[in-house]
Design a protein around this ligand. Structure first.
Ligand code: NAP
Length: 259
């Protein structure tokens, strides 16, 4: 995709799932990658080996985003590895289900908001400041979710974090547009990843979801990577403040009975 060759991109949460898929697509597009992870050492080693096998230059950084005080140091390290960054993909996140029974203290709610909302806010702010100091443009992709737009029971923390991320995407796009920094969001639907294979790949579950999605199937991490490459590339040079929903039509369909 136009304008990606040689670009330096930080992807958070690249040790599994969608982040690992994004890394492979961006490696194929010729990007140099800074791959972030938190706990999954073997996962990040696998992503690193796969992107290097595709010919990409890549480096790894670790950070637990529950500790928001660690973010400035983490970003400084990420920025230094290739002497700057052109793109940032805020992908790391936790998918939590909160109920009155399992989260009466609000601890899980606070942790979800820290990792899914405040961390990307702070990382993007560090990225924008560094781009402005270096007098260079930049592109940010925030991996949100359809839960930012339409949600259901148990997702109060998760949906709040993603709706907040969509709001930040728009505000930061407005604030930083004049500096040549674009900020867009991706809102994936149901994408099986290692974390959910056990549940989503059961034939009865696959049939249940397929019947409710106009495209008739789940998405895959490769498709999320392609959409991310699109948002980082020059093809979308006039696109900022947008949320790209990519869900096989799931939320376009109302809650009507199956016909
Ligand atoms: N899969 C879907 O259907 C779907 C749909 C919509 C949106 N999304 C979004 O896609 C993103 C990736 O999720 P995924 O489905 O690919 O799940 P995943 O495979 O579990 O990936 C989550 C990533 O986030 C990192 N992470 C989790 N907690 C962290 C923390 N405290 N500090 C720093 N990093 C942390 C993980 O790192 P370690 O494992 O190394 O600790 C991992 O790399 C999330 O933002 C999620 O909300 C997913």
């Amino acid at each position: 995709m136009q304008g990606l060759q040689g670009k330096r991109v930080l992807i958070t949460g690249a040790s599994s799932g969608i982040g690992a898929g994004m890394a492979k697509v961006l490696a194929r597009e010729g990007c140099r990658l800074v791959l972030h992870y938190n706990q999954n050492d073997s996962g990040i080693r696998q992503t690193l080996a796969e992107v290097e096998a595709l010919g990409a230059k890549a480096q790894v950084v670790q950070c637990d985003f529950r500790d928001l005080s660690a973010i400035a140091g983490f970003f400084k390290q990420a920025w230094s590895l290739f002497d700057g960054l052109d793109g940032l993909v805020n992908n790391a996140g936790v998918v939590t289900k909160t109920t009155a029974v399992n989260d009466s203290s609000g601890e899980q709610f606070a942790e979800t908001l820290a990792v899914n909302l405040q961390a990307p806010y702070q990382i993007s702010t560090e990225f924008a400041q560094a781009c402005i100091r270096a007098d260079q443009p930049g592109a940010i992709v925030n991996n949100s979710s359809i839960h930012g737009q339409a949600t259901c029971e148990w997702f109060s923390a998760y949906a709040a974090s993603k709706a907040g991320l969509d709001a930040i995407t728009k505000v930061q796009a407005v604030e930083w547009g004049r500096h040549g920094i674009r900020v867009n969001g991706l809102a994936p639907g149901v994408v099986p990843v290692e974390r959910t294979f056990d549940i989503l790949l059961k034939p009865e579950m696959e049939q249940y979801w397929s019947e409710r999605m106009p495209a008739g199937r789940y998405g895959n991490v490769e498709e999320m990577g392609e959409a991310t490459a699109y948002l980082l590339s020059d093809v979308t040079s006039w696109m900022t403040g947008s949320i790209l929903t990519i869900d096989g039509g799931l939320i376009a369909r109302g809650n009507y009975p199956l016909r």
